[in-house]
Write a protein that binds this ligand. Sequence first.
Ligand SMILES: [Zn+2]
Ligand SMILES: [Zn+2]
Length: 298
Amino acid sequence: MASQVFTYILLFHFHLYIIHAHQFKSIHKIPSPLKFLNQLSGVQKGDNVKYVSDLKKYLSYLGYLIYNTNSNEQRSEKDNIFDSSVELALKKYQKFYNLNITGTLDANTMVKMQEPRCGMPDFYRPDKSAVFPFHMISYYSFFPGHPKWRKKKLKYAFNRNMKEELKPPLEHALSEWASATPFRFSRVSNLSQADIKISFFRGYHGDGQPFGSKDAGLAHTFAPPDGRVHFDAAQKWSSKGEKDAYDVQTVGLHELGHALGLGHTRILKAVMYPIVHEGERKGLHEDDINGIKALYKF
Ligand SMILES: [Zn+2]
Ligand SMILES: [Zn+2]
């Protein structure tokens, strides 16, 4: 009898746990800032459809297209035309992400665009030529002008209200970069004294890239010698490898790569690849190390 009651209590609690877990998941379900993509299914060259201008803005933000995103300007009639520049930008995007190069917004491309990613662009100088860029760089990249640190001893600090449990994995990421480079990192208590300033923010946080918008991603970082590293506090972050959250050590390793001067790579296994999934853990890859070596010439 006692064991029956116990089993019942256990089952009841398990049931509650499932309900709770379900609610938890829905609370943490963050609406996609790229919802407009669903309105563009099947759109092709020559079509004039609402939301094409949003697609142009997004591709322009990521560096695949030159498009004037000044929202104060009168919207032109041409803004929603799926023209050859969109087709070329999609081809370039598809090449970067190893998709079939169709130049249309096909199902695989729409899925890829909605995958969780870093908020930094993939390219900083869109190819102005009308010729398809077959010579695309296929590995590590840098920021325009190759900005980098002029010293090897860098100070870092965490923002005051940051969760304690997220600090050790980020320090682990710093030590991983230190083991592959001559950089040495030391912690200081105040952001204002630090070279690398790590913060978690929600929504608007004063740098024009509000989290939750299509340009902010899960995290973003300012090139050297700025060193601000921002994570979206509204996302679920994991410090111990939980499967249903983003691994803060991996995303940290990626963002700290930006803080040291690296851009994105199209090598899937490299940590500087722009897309990351829940539960995914990565370390430094040969491509990441070759990139940092090439930038600092060591
Ligand atoms: Zn990135
Ligand atoms: Zn920010």
